[in-house]
Design a protein around this ligand. Structure first.
Ligand code: TRP
Ligand code: ZN
Length: 459
């Protein structure tokens, strides 16, 4: 459940159990989830707090044996609840230590505990098999992706349910612990901090802790024969941030790229405030998916990392990962900001300024790809990573900057990052913060840039 429901919208909660109770009786599909783009995913009746993910993986067979425990809170009494899971064979489900009934229904694992749960509860799922690679409506691959010598799990927007039974919606963030057992000599990387590495003969267990809240789509494990680079980055405030970088042995990370990482981190800190997490780094592996991904603390890059992409994924640590969308329709809050950060970086390197980037995009004919559908108005999930979300999203920020001026604009970026740090936010939240910072009424500007089909006139 999104934490928002605990605050202002608490009264709404009262209707949730009623709806859930009625739906099975009617034989209808599971209640609509909290997200409007993927309404079948996620279960708003509970709040996930911590995932304890134990994996044992054999790279030669691609088989996984896993046990995931989720600690969660149900504000009201639940006779059943759902997790999202595709593929894998479930062998047991326990709630609070007692065997629970369960069934698979599409992408859902519906759990019926022996006794209803209320307040804090835990659910443990044991499962095994060859995890699936998930194909998105736009044709891209995510989920469990095999590499030459192992695999990497990538989850945007929905692929994490191929390997973690989870409340798979960005509005329900939680902390994670991973214990990943692989053949000795193979490396297992994940989000967060490397807590322990223990070798027992032919097997080694890698323990990673991601203690700050994380959306399921940002969860990552990478398994393979890696070269590791460990160092520390100095934040602008003098904090020492551990850097764990891993690369496939055949995809060396050049020193110049490794040196860029702390620079990109400090560049973003000066603009947005303190780095939100406890460690950083990157994973460079031969998963040929055609995109990089801002997996929390430790982004994934498919091959040679270019500096601008590194800056883009670094910006996501603030916008996307710390301040996370509640609904996928607001993804411009991540991609528009990350693209805008590229523009700021390029300008500082003597390239075009954001104003010049804006002007050259604005000068393109009304038929250019970024004008339609408007950034928040798409209905087809194929448009989730479209040019309107990235380019027009970044243009929205430039339009805002021109309206409110540099001083208020750069103050706004920091206030936005601080106000929703480690939380979830919507476009409406952003409009409100921008109006508070500037003292101007901005609803028309945001409606023009985010909702109007076609090129907004007069900018
Ligand atoms: N979020 C990624 C980035 O901008 C991009 C991304 C993830 C993507 N999955 C995708 C792009 C699928 C195209 C298709 O860093
Ligand atoms: Zn991005």
């Amino acid at each position: 459940m999104p934490s928002l429901l605990r605050g202002r919208l608490a009264p709404l909660l009262a209707v949730v159990p009623l709806v859930l109770a009625l739906v099975p009786a009617l034989g209808a599909p599971a209640a609509a989830g909290p997200d409007t783009l993927f309404p079948r995913l996620g279960d708003a009746s509970y709040d996930a707090r911590h995932y304890d993910v134990r994996l044992r993986y054999d790279p030669s067979t691609n088989r996984l044996r896993a046990r995931t425990s989720l600690r969660a809170v149900a504000p009201t009494r639940l006779t059943s609840f759902q997790l999202d899971l595709v593929g894998m064979r479930v062998t047991s489900v326990r709630v609070g230590g007692a065997k629970a009934r369960w069934r698979r229904s599409g992408q859902q694992l519906v759990v019926t505990p022996r006794r209803p749960v209320e307040g804090r509860f835990s659910v443990t799922v044991a499962y095994r098999g060859v995890p699936r690679t998930y194909r998105d409506p736009d044709g891209s691959r995510e989920g469990w992706v095999r590499t030459g010598d192992g695999a990497i799990a990538l989850g945007e927007p929905v692929g994490t349910m191929t390997w973690i039974p989870s409340d798979n919606t960005p509005g329900d963030k939680a902390s994670y612990t991973y214990r990943i057992t692989v053949p000795t000599g193979t490396t297992a990387v994940a989000n967060g901090d490397l807590a322990r590495r223990a070798t027992h003969g032919r097997r080694t267990t890698w323990t990673w802790r991601a203690r700050d809240p994380m959306a399921t789509y940002l969860a990552m494990v990478a398994i393979g024969r890696f070269r590791g680079y460990h160092s520390t980055a100095r934040s602008v405030t003098g904090r020492r941030i551990p850097v764990w970088t891993f690369a496939d042995r055949d995809h060396d990370v050049p020193r110049s790229v490794r040196r860029t990482l702390p620079r990109a981190l400090r560049f973003a800190e000066r603009l947005f405030g303190p780095y939100p997490f406890t460690s950083t780094g990157m994973v460079v592996d031969d998963a040929d998916v055609g995109y990089a991904l801002e997996t929390q603390t430790r982004p994934f890059y498919p091959f040679a990392v270019d500096t601008v992409t590194l800056v883009h994924e670094m910006a996501h640590q603030w916008f996307g990962n710390s301040v996370t969308v509640r609904d996928w329709h607001d993804l411009w809050l991540a991609e528009g900001f990350a693209t805008y950060t590229e523009w700021l970086w390029e300008a500082r390197r003597g390239g075009r300024t954001p104003a010049q980037q804006f002007d050259s995009l604005y000068a393109q004919p009304a038929s250019a790809r970024w004008w339609s559908p408007a950034p928040t108005e798409f209905t087809d999930s194929r448009d989730l990573f479209g040019a309107p979300v990235y380019q027009r999203g970044a243009m929205t920020l430039q339009a805002l900057r021109e309206r409110i001026g540099d001083a208020d604009f750069f103050a706004f970026l920091k206030i936005w990052a601080r106000t929703y740090r480690h939380g979830n936010a919507t476009t409406a939240d952003l409009v409100r913060v921008a109006e508070q910072v500037s003292g101007q009424q901005l609803d028309q500007l945001f409606a023009d840039w985010l909702e109007l089909d076609g090129r907004p006139a007069g900018y």
